[in-house]
Ligand binder design. Sequence first.
Ligand SMILES: Cc1ncc(COP(=O)(O)O)c(C=O)c1O
Length: 429
Amino acid sequence: MDYQTIMEKHGQFLFPSVINYHAEPIAFAKAKGLRLTDVNGVEYLDFFGGILTVSLAHCHEEVNAAIWAQMQTLGHTSTLYPNEPIVRLAEKMASLSPAGLDRSFFVNSGTEADETAITIAKTHAGGNGDIIALRHCYSGRSTLAINLCAHAPWRILPTQVPGIKHAHAPYCYRCAMKLTYPACDLQCARDMEELIRTETCGRVAAFIAEPILGVGGFIVPPEGYFEVATEIVRRYGGIFIADEVQTGFGRTGGKMNGFEQFGVTPDVVTYAKGMANGFPIGCTVATDEVAASFEGLTICTFGGNPLAMAAALATIEVMEREDVPARAQRRGAQLREGLEDMADHHRWVGDVRGMGLMQAMELVEDPGTREPAPARATALMEEAKAEGLLLGKGGLYGNVLRIAPPMLATEADIAEGLGKLKRAMARVR
Ligand SMILES: Cc1ncc(COP(=O)(O)O)c(C=O)c1O
């Protein structure tokens, strides 16, 4: 199908609310490694990995072969029937999680994984206790997940789910309390107690947080934040849910899980995105005790299907063999150095932040006022496209460039992407 026909049919048959990044959307036809090719034959270097989801590389042969082999033997049975792939992946997930988190529930997306985590947190609390999420967080697209989200543009309806409170985000570049770390003594985390005592019934079911706020613009909490916040939450009876949908599977560099960077151990972890290199999957991992509180009948028709299990098992096998967390750390350091160098030459780059292969640049009109510069971010995305480079965008103000290539990126790939970005930035006024 040619470009024009795809665009006409897209306009006619898809929901108009489906977002795309570019004035003239790109329609892709194929991909391999870090390269995507559109229907007109134009090649792009992928520095966003389908929203941090192509964790290894596009069309990875071992992952594809594992899916194909599974397809020839057993495709779908539903969770009504145990099978080998589901127990193999559940055992693997237990080995990747902190001690005691041995129970998995498989779903198809990050939204469902977060929904499952909130449901078990509430049943664990006997239906008694509020949920605390972070401002600037993103949890997905269901009604509950939209209500967890703390970005007005994503909350397409007024608040509809009661019992959710939003704590201050550990967003040092735009501290809501106008304080500076470390002199602030982590007031954003300490304020959690005031929030619980004034905004809730005094009992907490769970605190759900992304170790690094992804859609929020790769906001990295300062050292000590999670220790203080989780201590307060646990004192009021709540469990800690780490939303690893973006940060999991080596993305933050050096560690398999994002929370490991911050010296805290969650009671529940949610995964999706990079878990199966792009094959739809989600997973909620919990302790025995929390999982046991999930009483009554439950099923997820497609959750745990053998194809997704095979895709995830093959993805994790490659990650372990190639030591993806260590690669993400090395390539992330190279990427960060390049971005900081560019920031030195463009005063409209207000902040460079991130961990591993999850790096961001927050664009501002003026570094003094820190006024967000969303139009500049849009212009830069267009210039990057002209260079054949795909980037992500995010942040409450739409002014943060998110850079997260597939993690089998080589040194040459990162250098090439940085070169393209440098040329694109030079053209942005
Ligand atoms: C941290 C986080 N949680 C949950 C989700 C929802 O995942 P999905 O889009 O797979 O439903 C996202 C998606 O971007 C996410 O970034």
